[in-house]
Ligand binder design. Structure first.
Ligand code: B12
Length: 452
């Protein structure tokens, strides 16, 4: 055991809206798990912890207000909107722990030898910068390593502006371990060779384990033009399905975890050797939990027998991607689904017992050049299939195939600041489509969803 302390930090979200839908700092905790397996002592400050005891006292609550599946609102404090987002007529806020509680957390953790900070959405970087500035102010000259989605997709920006001492791109477990060892010493005794080798994420550090995230694979082979999965998560690889269920069972028994959210980009691919095995094993081992798929699944794999297994295994929140009902655009952006395939998947899900309200279909709006009527039509199509529409507003992500097209279409310097990746901006910047038009799409979805 090394006597070196590593502090892991999951920063605040700075945005117009944010909701805790099984949001866990999974990547950071994977890194924590590997560092611990190599003898380092780890601690965590999770700015997005709704269960933080001091936060609950501050909010006058005994437990956070949560849905039956452990989702809920983050604490929000209104802060000044960055100048570049001034035309968005919504209140901007810091989501998560109030700053005084964060500072108290800094006092409570063992003095770190090194600090590892993760980052989520690219446009949440101000929360990351504030964390870095806080820890530098409090601990002084301790090295800070930054990684995560923002660090990977906006590497140059992070190097130039974050004030982190080191910025790491992409999958971080082994890179972080080697850098930590180089900077503060310690012995590397174990380097994982593949996904099945990774120690479990250090979930014991979370205050609440009522819900946890599970990753059965990394990456995605689909290459959709708007998505950065392959850049952030690398080549598509699946874990041994039995080991996935061992992990779920471990949390179920050790922490009594009741809700699991799959974070996979492509949970259903190669179903016979992967998800089918996972589902059968969950059923055989009588793991009585709720499973959720907030990141959406591929409709093409949902036949009746898979739907039945999902139902019997306890899959509760079903999310599927359609993106658009326009076949030409579907082919151009991902070619992973057609309206007919979606309809079939919904029929199969309903045959085995799911209700329309259990099934949410993601519809992507505000794509460059997408006509208003196409957005409306997609919403109507999902309704006709008997499921809920879940609207997702497109926002350009650097390094994706859609990026250059978006830069041309939106006509402003998207490279100027990652804050411009925030999806709240795009309904305001479409050619020939007004914000009122987009409100009509949202209103239509709301109205039709009520009928499901
Ligand atoms: C799961 C997921 C979600 C979950 C929530 C995740 C969470 N933690 O809260 C849900 C489904 C709710 C979600 C929602 C959204 N998401 Co999302 N999501 C993902 C997904 C699929 C996986 C993220 C993940 O946890 N991966 C697993 C862990 C192991 O990986 P990781 O966090 O990246 O960590 C690794 C490395 O980054 C690195 N690392 C991480 N931290 C650190 C720290 C240090 C010090 C080091 C060295 C390394 C390091 O090492 C880790 C281990 O290898 C990614 C795509 C992807 N494949 O990455 C998109 C992704 C992050 N999401 C994206 C988007 C667009 C969204 C939405 C806006 C979609 C929408 N239109 O509604 C919403 C917004 C969410 C919100 N406002 O709260 C984009 C990011 C866009 C951007 N501009 O940044 C991504 C990249 C997908 C895409 N479309 O390209 N998402």
């Amino acid at each position: 055991m090394s006597d070196k302390n590593v502090l892991l930090i999951n920063p605040w979200i700075y945005d117009f809206a944010a909701y805790d839908m099984w949001s866990k700092p999974l990547g950071l905790l994977y890194i924590g798990g590997l560092l611990r397996a190599n003898g380092y002592k780890i601690s965590l400050i999770n700015c997005l912890d709704r269960y933080n005891p001091e936060l609950l006292v501050y909010q006058n609550l005994i437990t956070p207000k949560s849905t039956e599946y452990d989702c809920g609102k983050f604490h929000k404090e209104i802060i000044e909107k960055p100048q570049i987002l001034k035309d968005v007529q919504r209140k901007y806020g810091r989501y998560g722990l109030p700053i005084h509680i964060f500072r108290n957390e800094l006092k409570k953790v063992p003095k770190p030898d090194i600090i590892l900070v993760t980052s989520g959405m690219t446009y949440w970087y101000p929360g990351v910068f504030d964390v870095i500035s806080e820890v530098k102010g409090y601990f002084g000259d301790i090295p800070v390593i930054l990684g995560g989605t923002y660090a990977t997709l906006c590497y140059d920006h992070a190097i130039e502006h974050s004030k982190a001492d080191y910025v790491i791109c992409g999958e971080g477990e082994v890179k972080a371990l080697k850098l930590v060892q180089e900077l503060i010493g310690g012995n590397i005794s174990f380097i994982p060779q593949n996904l099945d080798d990774y120690p479990y994420p250090a979930y014991d550090l979370l205050t609440s384990k009522n819900s946890l995230a599970i990753l059965t694979s990394r990456g995605c082979p689909m290459g959709c033009t708007y998505c950065a999965s392959s850049i952030v998560a690398g080549k598509f690889r699946q874990r041994d399905p039995i080991k996935v269920v061992d992990e779920i069972e471990f949390y179920y028994k050790a922490f009594r975890t009741k809700n699991f959210a799959f974070y996979d980009d492509a949970l259903l691919l190669k179903p016979d050797e992967h998800i089918t095995v996972i589902l059968k094993e969950i059923i055989d081992r009588k793991i009585n939990c709720n499973f959720h798929t907030p990141n959406a699944m591929h409709a093409s794999q949902i036949n009746e027998s898979l739907a039945k297994l999902m139902f019997n295994a306890g899959f509760k929140t079903i999310r599927i991607s359609l993106e658009t009902s326009n076949i030409t655009r579907q082919k151009a952006i991902g070619n992973k689904v057609t309206p007919e395939i979606l309809r079939e998947a919904i029929i199969n899900l309903k045959k085995v017992g799911y209700k329309g309200r259990d099934i949410g279909v993601y519809v992507l709006i505000c794509l460059p050049g997408q006509p208003l009527e196409e957005m409306m039509e997609s919403v109507r199509y999902v309704h006709e299939c008997g499921a809920l529409t879940k609207l997702a507003v497109y926002s350009p992500i650097p390094q994706t195939k859609e990026w250059d097209k978006a830069v041309k279409y939106f006509g402003f310097d998207l490279n100027a600041d990652p804050l411009l990746h925030n999806d709240s901006i795009y309904p305001l910047r479409l050619n020939d489509i007004t914000i009122d038009d987009i409100q009509k799409v949202k209103a239509l979805a709301l109205e039709l969803n009520k009928e499901i």
